[in-house]
Design a protein. Structure first.
Length: 434
C-alpha cells in the first residue's frame, strides 16, 4: 500500500480546514442575516480618515432618530478608539453576555448601544489589538448582538478604506448604504472620493456626504467664519453624482457635549448646529421613507445602478447546488451585461425551504435571473410571475465561472434535473420549487 507523503497529508488537512472555515463562514453569514433581517434600515457611517467627526455624527444621528420615536441601535465598531461610550456617558456600563447572545446597553428607551468600549476595561486597550482578532470581534458583534426589531441601525465603522471597513461592507450586503463624513479641506475631500469609489466597488449605496467642521459660528457676533475653505464636500458630491446631505459648523458645544457625555442635539436643541443635524436627518430619512418597505426598496439600493443585472445562483459547498430550494446560500452576482463583466458578488444565506417563499424573496433582493441546475415547473412559473428569468441545467461549477460563461454566451446547459414527474428530491412536480 502506498504511504501518504507528508505533503499529501498536509494538503489534505489544508483542504479539510478550508472546508470547515468555509462552512463556518456560511453559518456566520446566516446568523448575521437573521439578526439584520429584523432591522428596517442599516446605515454605515464612514470616513476617509479618523478625526473628522464620524462618531460625533453617528451619535447625533442616532439620538435624533431615537428622540423622534424611532427604535434605534448604535453599533460602534470603530475599535481603534471606541468613543461612543464616552459620548453617551456609558463608560461605566458593561455589555451582558448570555450564552452566545450579546445584550446591548440601553442609552434610552429607544436607543440601544453596542461598542467595543463596553467590553473593554479602558479606551486605550483597542490600540494593541491585532487585525485578525479585531475582525473576529467585529463579526461577533454583527452576529451575536441581539437588537430585536429596530427601525434604524447606525454603524460607526472604522475609518478609511482598508480591510476592516471592507469586511464590514461585505458582511452586510443587506445595508441600505453609507453616509460619508468629511471635513472641508482638499485633502479630506480626496479621501472621500476614495470612500465613494470604495462603496461603488462594493455595490454599497452612498446615501450622502456630510461636510463637518464647515465654517465657525462666532458665539458673540453669530457670524460664520470659514476657517478652512468650506463647500468642498458639496462640490465633490456633485462631481461624483452622490447626494450632499449638509454641513455642520465647527462648534465648541460639540466638543463639550463629547466630553460631558450628553449628546449635542439633546444639550443644545434649537441652535444652528442642532438645526443642521435635523436637516441632514430629514434629508436622509425622506430619501429612505419614500420606500418605507425596506425589503422592496433593498433590491435597487443594493444594486446601486439600475443598468446592472443581478443573477442569483443556489450554492452548496461553494458550487452551484443541483437543487434550487435546498441550497445553503445564494450567490448574488451583479453584472454589466453590455461590457460582459462581473461588478460585484455576495453570498447570502438562503431563507430556507418553504413552498412559495423563494420567488418573492429573490425579487425582494433585486434578482433578475436565476441560474440553476434543476427546478420544478411550479417554481419556474412562480419566478416568472415575479419577473425573474430562469436558466436551468447548469453544471456544478463556481458561481462566478458560470456567470462569466453566461455573459459570454458559452454556458453549457444540460438536462433540467428536476423537470420530471418523480423528482430526485422526492417532491412531485406540483410542490417542488427546487
Ligand atoms: P472620528 O470619529 O472621525 O475619529 P470624532 O467624532 O471622535 O471623530 O471627533 C473628533 C473630535 O472632534 C472630538 O473631540 C469631537 O468632539 C470633535 N468634533 C467633531 N465634530 C466637531 C465640530 N463640528 N465642531 C467641533 N468639534 C468637533
Amino acid at each position: 500500500m502506498k504511504e501518504e507523503s507528508q505533503g499529501d497529508i498536509s494538503s489534505k488537512n489544508h483542504t479539510h480546514c478550508q472546508t470547515d472555515r468555509q462552512k463556518q463562514e456560511i453559518t456566520d453569514s446566516q446568523d448575521i442575516f437573521a439578526r439584520m433581517n429584523r432591522i428596517k434600515h442599516i446605515i454605515l457611517v464612514l470616513s476617509g480618515k479618523g478625526g473628522v467627526g464620524k462618531s460625533t455624527v453617528a451619535v447625533n444621528l442616532a439620538v435624533t432618530l431615537a428622540e423622534a420615536g424611532k427604535k434605534v441601535g448604535l453599533l460602534d465598531i470603530d475599535i481603534h478608539g471606541p468613543s461612543i461610550p464616552q459620548m453617551l456617558n456609558l463608560t461605566k456600563e458593561r455589555l451582558n453576555i448570555t450564552g452566545e447572545v450579546l445584550i446591548p446597553a440601553n442609552y434610552s428607551q429607544n436607543l440601544k448601544v453596542v461598542s467595543m468600549g463596553l467590553l473593554m476595561g479602558g479606551r486605550d486597550e483597542a490600540v494593541i489589538w491585532r487585525g485578525p482578532l479585531k475582525m473576529k470581534i467585529i463579526k461577533q458583534f454583527l452576529k451575536d448582538a441581539d437588537w430585536g426589531e429596530l427601525d434604524y441601525l447606525i454603524i460607526d465603522s472604522p475609518p478609511g478604506t482598508g480591510d476592516e471597513p471592507l469586511s464590514i461592507a461585505q458582511l452586510l450586503p443587506h445595508a441600505d448604504g453609507a453616509v460619508i463624513v468629511t471635513t472641508p479641506q482638499e485633502i479630506s475631500v480626496a479621501d472621500v472620493r476614495r470612500c465613494i469609489n470604495f462603496c461603488r466597488k462594493l455595490s454599497l449605496k452612498t446615501l450622502g456626504v456630510i461636510e463637518n467642521m464647515s465654517g465657525f459660528i462666532c458665539p458673540t457676533c453669530n457670524t460664520k467664519i470659514d476657517i478652512f475653505q468650506s463647500g468642498g464636500g458639496r462640490k465633490m458630491s456633485e462631481e461624483m453624482g452622490v447626494p450632499f446631505l449638509g454641513s455642520i459648523p465647527l462648534d465648541k458645544g460639540l466638543v463639550d457635549a463629547c466630553d460631558s457625555g450628553k449628546p449635542y442635539v439633546q444639550q443644545f436643541a434649537g441652535t444652528e448646529t442642532a438645526k443642521a443635524f435635523s436637516e441632514i436627518i430629514a434629508q436622509l430619512t425622506s430619501a429612505k421613507t419614500e420606500n418605507t418597505d425596506i425589503s422592496k426598496d433593498k433590491s435597487n439600493e443594493m444594486k446601486g445602478d439600475s443598468q446592472t443585472m443581478r443573477i442569483a445562483l443556489p450554492i452548496a459547498n461553494n458550487k452551484l447546488c443541483a437543487h434550487f430550494g435546498h441550497c445553503e446560500s445564494f450567490a448574488l452576482i451583479d453584472v454589466d451585461e453590455q461590457n460582459k463583466t462581473i461588478e460585484h458578488s455576495a453570498l447570502i444565506p438562503s431563507p430556507g425551504h418553504q413552498p412559495g417563499l423563494l420567488p418573492p424573496w429573490l425579487r425582494e433582493h433585486g434578482v433578475d435571473l436565476v441560474i440553476t441546475g434543476g427546478m420544478g415547473m411550479k417554481a419556474i412559473d412562480l419566478l416568472s410571475a415575479q419577473g425573474i428569468k430562469v436558466v436551468m441545467g447548469a453544471s456544478e461549477d463556481s458561481p462566478e465561472r458560470l456567470v462569466q460563461s453566461y455573459l459570454e454566451g458559452s454556458l453549457v446547459i444540460g438536462e433540467n434535473i428536476c423537470d420530471h414527474g418523480e423528482h430526485i428530491c422526492g417532491h412531485d412536480e406540483h410542490s417542488c420549487d427546487h
